[in-house]
Design a protein around this ligand. Sequence first.
Ligand SMILES: [Zn+2]
Length: 342
Amino acid sequence: MKAVRIHQFGGPEVLTYEDIPDPEPRKDQVLVRVRACSLNHLDLWVRQGLPGVKLPHIPGSDVAGEVAAIGDYVTGFTLGQRVVVAPMHYCGRCVKCVAGLQNQCREFTVLGNAVDGGDCELIAVPAANVIPIPHSLDFNQAASVPLVFVTAWHMLVGLAGVRPGQTVLVLGGSSGVGIAAIQIAKLFHCRVITTAGNEAKLEKAHALGADHGIDHYKQKISDEVRKLTNKQGVDIVVEHVGLATWDESIRSLKTAGTLVTCGATTGPNVAIDLRHLFARQLRLLGSYMGTMAELHEVLGHVFAGRLKPVVDRCFPLSEIRAAHEYLASSQMFGKVVVNPSV
Ligand SMILES: [Zn+2]
C-alpha cells in the first residue's frame, strides 16, 4: 500500500510517500480502507519528535473509510461498510479500561502518536474502535470529528461539568477543538465568547453559534470579557493555546471559575500567581482526549446533525508535505484532510 512515513524527525521534508506492505489484521481486528484522514496539531509534534514515537512511523489520528476485511473473531460488520475509527489505543483489560476510563490507561495513546496512524491506504484496528457512520456524513466530514470533538466534549462535559446558561470562553475559535467547543457549549444553551486572529474567522465562529468574538491580535481578551460579562468573568475557559493566552485566560475567569486545558500550541511553560488561584477559588483542569463512551456520546449528536464537523481543505495523501505546511500556517477555519487516491 501507499503510506506516509517518517524515518527521522524534522520539518515537512521528512514526510515520505512510499510503498510498504499491507497491514495483516489480527483475528480480533478490522481492516479499514482509508478514504480520509484529518490532520491535528499532534501530527506536527509527532513529526518534529515526541518521546515514544518509534521510527519509521505512520502519522495521522482521525480516519474514516470502508471495512476492507473482517477478522475471524469479529462479528457485526459487513465488507464495504462506511465507518469512522476511534483514535484511541488502550489495553482494554486494566482497572481504568474496564471502568470505561480508557484515557487514564497506562498504555493509552492516540492513533498516529505512539502507534502507527492513518496516513495510508489500509489500517488494522481492534473491532471496538470501528464505528459505523450514517450516509449524511461524507468521509471528509467523518474524519474531521473524532479527536477534536471527543477532546472538547471531555473538557466541557466530562471535566468542567458545563451547565445550561453558563458563560464559556473558547480560545482559538477557528481551531478544530475551538469549533467543537463552541458548538458543544451552545448545545448546553451557554453564552459563548470566542477569540480568533481576524474578522473573517470571527464571522465563521458566529455562524457556528458563538455570541461574541474577540480579535486576539487587536483586543485584550480579559478586558473584552469583563465588558461582556458586567465585570463578572466567565464560568469556564476552554484553553489549548498555552503561553500566548494563559494570563488572559486566568484573568477572564469569574470567582470559582474553571479553566480546562488540553494543549499548549504556543508554548508549555506558564506562570501562575497562587494568590489568585486560592483567593479567587479557581479550578484548573488538565484534559487529554476522552473516553470511548464520550466518543460514542458526541458522535450521536454529530450523527443527528446537532454538532457539525467543519472541513477547511482536502489534499491528496501524496501532498502530505503541503498539508502539514498549510496546517502550520494557521490560515484554516476547520479541519485539514488528506485523501488516499481511490
Ligand atoms: Zn488499560
